[in-house]
Design a protein around this ligand. Structure first.
Ligand SMILES: NC(=O)c1ccc[n+]([C@@H]2O[C@H](COP(=O)([O-])OP(=O)(O)OC[C@H]3O[C@@H](n4cnc5c(N)ncnc54)[C@H](O)[C@@H]3O)[C@@H](O)[C@H]2O)c1
Ligand SMILES: O=P(O)(O)OC[C@@H](O)[C@@H](O)[C@H](O)[C@H](O)CO
Length: 499
């Protein structure tokens, strides 16, 4: 069986599209931290598309992993010469696969941090991009301030250490560039965070200030941090996905990426040292990305949270199963229309009705097999970024918050750690111990969960939201998730049924 690598490309070209450019002529212009599923289905795909058009050879990607778990990606990409298969699966059952070739190097920081710093300090590196998850920035959601907690970040803040963390490595490289008189690179966040560029700036400048205030000033004055909205649903690759590539195309790929056909990248045009002509390959370059970000984070990402905990208790495990359940579809659309949409700004050229309908269609794609489990990892990072901003604005507007309150109540119920049949629930959250303590307090004193200020800020002090939460918690305990939803979406039916 043929394995995917550079030498196999001429043979594979007979079965699916492969890079048409000379990969040996591509030079690294982008260093990317966090080569996971999303980077490979999105930024690396856009760059591959650009390279296939000819030109732009200076914008190849060097991937960097900093976590021990990234050793697997290092091994796979090194064995495959950086190549991988991207498979796009539509709701209608069609499939489009191609080999992506834009990642031409991969460095694993724990092996050789100095090599990563050299690559970042190289004048050819003009963009450093990030998809290191919402938790990767060490920003406290309620204060907006940099609060280093992760072991690697705390380590890197000590004097005279070899850096291990993303911001430690970037700071060390920018110090070298400044000393050498090399222009800095742009730091381009591709994470699902409102104002992701501003947040990246806050994290990097705050980190650097604790190391060297002069360097921090230079970074603040000279480095650009464009904000962006990024979108393509990319689930975790499964063994079935690997087997399907082998079966359909007759070669082995140890880590293909599967995603939906939909793609969107809206990006501010703020770059320190130039950028690739991304507008030629479908990226929307805009002056102000905020309306697009608000729309995406509060409709798409918030809906993932809205469906997950309640969907789990209704026995669902996949996004498409929840979204083809009429009770849930109505609940999610209700959240989008009544709670999230009034907090958005007009989005140029976009019909929000059509966007919401398209979201339900995308969520319902059975071929993607996106799991609720993926949405629920580190919920304490996601809920404050996706759902709580909607609640805060609605409280100010005097608008409805009942659906969001039910979602928070379902998350609290989820954190109790057993499902409605008493089966244990596996929960991954870096704040789990503190959350569990708060849940115990909540059981004694309903509403105490909202006092976790790191997640909720001062929302627990809002009497209207606290009351909605307590009511939702009680409804869940009394009658379970579907009935609690029913009670909100169509109370008269429930009253008729129970009377
Ligand atoms: N998957 C999607 O549908 C999707 C879509 C749009 C945006 N995103 C954004 O991309 C991010 C990554 O998603 P993914 O699907 O690629 O996940 P993934 O788990 O496949 O990859 C995450 C990568 O980030 C790295 N990482 C995680 N925490 C880190 C830290 N503290 N420091 C350094 N590196 C860290 C991991 O090592 C890994 O390389 C998401 O959190 C989100 O912000 C994802
Ligand atoms: O990856 P996260 O944690 O930011 O959010 C989970 C999902 O909502 C997210 O990955 C979406 O699938 C994605 O944002 C779609 O573009």
């Amino acid at each position: 069986m043929t394995s995917l690598n550079e030498a196999a490309l001429p043979e594979l070209a007979r079965r699916l599209p492969v890079p048409t450019y000379d990969r040996s002529a591509v030079r690294t212009g982008i260093v990317h931290f966090g080569v996971g599923g999303f980077h490979r289905s999105h930024e690396a795909m856009f760059i591959d598309r650009l390279l296939n058009r000819g030109g732009s050879q200076d914008w190849g990607i060097c991937g960097v992993g900093v976590l021990p778990s990234d050793a697997r990606m290092r091994d796979v990409l090194n064995a495959q010469d950086g190549l991988y298969t991207m498979v796009l699966k539509s709701a209608e059952g069609t499939e489009d696969a191609r080999i992506i070739g834009s990642i031409t190097e991969y460095l694993f920081a724990p092996d050789d941090p100095a090599a990563v710093i050299r690559k970042l300090a190289d004048p050819a590196t003009r963009i450093v991009s990030l998809s290191v998850t919402e938790g990767g920035y060490s920003i406290n959601d309620s204060t907006g301030e940099f609060e280093p907690r992760a072991h690697a970040v705390v380590h890197d803040l000590k004097p005279n250490t070899v850096p291990h963390s993303v911001f430690g490595l970037i700071t060390a490289a920018l110090a070298q560039r400044r000393e050498q008189g090399t222009a800095p690179f742009t730091v381009m966040s591709c994470d699902n965070i409102q104002g992701n560029g501003n947040v990246a700036r806050k994290a990097l400048v705050s980190f650097a200030r604790l190391k060297d205030p002069n360097l921090a000033r230079w970074i603040s004055d000279n480095v650009a941090f464009p904000n962006s909205m990024v979108d393509r649903i990319t689930p975790v690759t499964t063994d079935e996905d690997r087997a399907a590539v082998t079966e359909t195309y007759g070669f082995t790929d140890a880590w293909p990426v599967v995603a939906e056909p939909f793609e969107q990248w809206v990006l501010e045009d703020r770059f320190t040292s130039g950028r690739p002509p991304l507008e030629d390959v479908g990226v929307q370059i805009v002056d102000d990305v905020e309306p697009y970000e608000l729309m995406k984070l509060r409709l798409l990402n918030a809906s993932h949270q809205v469906m997950s905990y309640l969907g789990y208790f209704a026995g669902h495990r996949y996004v498409h199963d929840v979204c083809t359940d009429p009770l849930f579809a109505e609940f999610i659309v209700g959240f989008m229309e009544q709670e999230a949409t009034p907090t958005l700004r007009p989005v140029p050229g976009l019909d929000l009705d059509a966007y919401r309908n398209e979201l339900i269609h995308r969520f319902s794609n059975p071929a993607i097999r996106d799991t609720l489990a993926r949405q629920m990892v580190d919920a304490s990072e996601r809920i404050p970024k996706f759902v709580l901003p909607v609640v805060r604005e609605q409280l100010e507007l005097g608008g409805p918050v009942d659906r969001a309150a039910l979602v928070i109540a379902a998350w609290a119920r989820f954190l109790e750690g057993t499902d409605e049949q008493g089966e244990p629930i596996e929960i991954t959250d870096r704040r789990l111990d503190a959350l569990r303590d708060a849940i115990r307090a909540d059981q004694e004193n309903p509403g105490a969960f909202l006092n976790v200020t790191e997640v909720f800020g001062d929302l627990g002090k809002n009497a209207r939201f606290a009351a909605a939460y307590r009511q939702a918690r009680e409804a869940l305990q009394r009658s379970g998730a579907p009935a609690a939803i029913q009670n909100l979406t169509n109370p008269s039916i429930l009253t008729r049924r129970t009377s």
